[in-house]
Design a protein around this ligand. Structure first.
Ligand SMILES: [Zn+2]
Length: 327
């Protein structure tokens, strides 16, 4: 990281909380990912030397915590990788860092972008990124989210230190490495033998918003089991019997905070049962024919998920083409 910091060609993304430094036009439309040169940024530091672990550290985690020196953590630098001979890194700012000053000289990652009005935007609102920008931004936010919650070892409670360019945290109490986590979740387009699609409306969504069902994979569960369980729990519909199947369709990183969305098509046997929303997570669920969904999306009665989401991709794969919608 010291070498990358010293190189004028290294491109550094800036992350603060859930926001990234971006550039756009004067109206703030079409935000694109931005970088800055490393020279003006605080340099990465080696962590302060840590006393050797106590022999009884694992027996008495409280001692490990008490022995740790109170100090400001060094700047959090993350190595993101190399593309077309250019190295990319991210600097994660603390809540009190002067983001505007550090982002004084932002330039767009994509050479096609000519607008340069600086801004700070949450990743989930950035709908105009190209694949390189999307990959860099998603990786930076996912790693930053992990660092935010692993400041202490989950087993012994010792303060952990950043290692390996941000890809490992090290527990000095146990001489143990901790790795970034990814939590698998399933998301599924449920269809029946009449080729209708089942969509649900979550309790906390704005009126009219409908999407595919989704949920986290539980410990000890296979992905196909998670699909069947979530559909049964959320709407009381059974994905089993002759002709029923669960087919993998694709995936999407979803670092809010650490999910990997695994997309499936789940076909129920026969004509789908009337869905019964659980009332807690989902307050409505309906089967749609293609004509019904097209009409509802056109009139605005149904608001579909954002175009970049895997939910939208699963819905449009079933539909057979693009559907109308504001975004
Ligand atoms: Zn530990």
């Amino acid at each position: 990281m010291a070498r990358l910091h010293a190189s004028a060609t290294t491109r550094v993304l800036l992350v603060q909380g859930d926001r990234l430094a971006v550039v756009g036009d004067a109206e703030g439309h079409g935000w694109r990912l931005a970088f800055t040169a490393p020279a003006a940024l605080p340099a990465p530091q080696d962590p302060a030397p840590t006393p050797p672990p106590r022999v009884d550290a694992a027996d008495d985690p409280a001692d490990v915590v008490r022995d740790a020196p109170a100090q400001e953590p060094p700047p959090l630098w993350l190595y993101l990788g190399e593309h077309d001979g250019v190295s990319y890194a991210a600097l994660v700012l603390g809540p009190d860092d002067d983001a505007a000053a550090l982002a004084a000289d932002l330039r767009p990652v994509s050479p096609e972008v000519t607008e340069a009005t600086p801004g700070w935007e949450a990743l989930r609102t950035l709908v105009a990124l190209d694949p390189l920008e999307q990959g860099l931004a998603t990786q930076a936010v996912a790693l930053a989210n992990w660092h935010a919650v692993y400041a202490f070892c989950p087993r012994c409670g010792a303060p952990t230190q950043v290692r390996k360019a941000g890809w490992v945290r090290w527990c000095p109490g146990e001489d143990r490495e901790l790795y970034p986590r990814t939590d698998p979740a399933v998301i599924m387009a449920v269809v029946d033998d009449d080729d209708r699609l089942l969509l649900g409306h979550a309790a906390h969504w704005s009126p009219g918003r409908y999407s595919t069902l989704a949920g986290f994979v539980e410990p000890g569960e296979a992905l196909e089991q998670a699909v069947r369980r979530e559909v049964a729990e959320e709407v009381g519909v059974t994905v089993a019997g002759a002709g029923a199947d669960v087919v993998y369709r694709g995936s999407q990183a979803w670092p809010f905070p650490a999910s990997l969305m695994l997309g499936f098509r789940a076909r129920v046997s026969g004509r789908g049962e009337a869905p019964v929303p659980d009332g807690a997570e989902l307050t409505d669920a309906r089967w749609f024919t293609r004509d019904e969904l097209l009409a509802a999306a056109t009139s605005g009665d149904v608001i579909l998920p954002a175009r970049l989401s895997i939910a939208r991709a699963l819905i449009e794969e079933w539909y057979g083409g693009p559907l109308p919608g504001r975004w």
